[in-house]
Write a protein that binds this ligand. Sequence first.
Ligand code: AQP
Length: 327
Amino acid sequence: MKKRAFSGIKPSGSLHLGNYLGAIRHWVADQHKYENIFCVVDQHAITVEYEPAVLRQNIRELVGLYLACGLDPEQCSLFVQSHIPEHTELAWLFSCITPMGWLGRMTQFKEKSEGLREQVSAGLFTYPALMAADILLYQTQEVPVGEDQKQHVELARDIAQRFNHLFGETFVLPEPVIRTVAARVMGLDDPTKKMSKSSASDNHGIGLLDPPALIRKKLSRATTDSQRDIVFNRERPGVYNLLSIYQALSGQSQEEIEAHFAGKGYAQLKGDLADLVVAALEPIQERYRQLTSAPEHIDQVLAQGVVRLRPLVDATMTCVRYVMGLR
Ligand code: AQP
């Protein structure tokens, strides 16, 4: 029996290299090992201010990129979260058994609510209960994510444990799966902040659909430091970030990479890295163009995902409603 893996991305902007290196490329590489469920978590994208027309477009772009990056609909159930209403039903049930203190400790909430004060939405605060519902609804064993999502997956596990304690064994306890190389890709403009879809800066992230010339321009402007040698040193976050991306895309060891750049300058590092990034993204961009020229294929894939998942959703929710005394 294959283990079940679930993960998702929120369509809050254009996908960047961090989403690809921290999450999607691992989903693609491991898809034969798991029973896979991959979601576009659209309801997570509405917890902060957004434009409905842009969201609608982002959802389709994200599904197109899932496919273009290599997720195979024969091996993966792909779907949009809001197409299965039980996600929000289960999130409500979880929010009734999740202490406020647990939610208040989430670093993502603290970061995203900074400066919003009383304006911060209740949805942003209860976001982890919805994420727990996403994961637990499918009795997920493994959740492949980037490092930034580890705390949320651990909270989902705590919620499952609490539910099982209160109402009897119902949920499988999920485990986060985080790879070591490029688990946290940092912003090119500020390597102390993680690369993020919602950054306002033009030079912050590399979009998966960025044309080659733009990729080269952004990398040539990436923040480095005033030193000369090109080595993996976490104390030098700009260079470390560029080298980590290089390592993830080249598959070489740190020693091989340091030897390759010995005696060379930052311009060479940025140029060589740009070659690697362009070579990795060009085939994805080409497949994306083909896929989006036949939009009905994307609709079919999404509909098939929902049909496949329906029995699993019904099994979990029938049990949950019963043990909670709602039926
Ligand atoms: N910088 C990153 N490095 C490595 N992995 C990353 N991920 C996100 N950013 C990085 C991983 O991508 C997956 C999808 O994340 P998400 O969209 O659901 O939420 P997020 O982590 O909040 O992503 P963003 O890009 O930073 O979006 P915004 O700016 O809208 O919040 C997850 O597996 C995540 O770990």
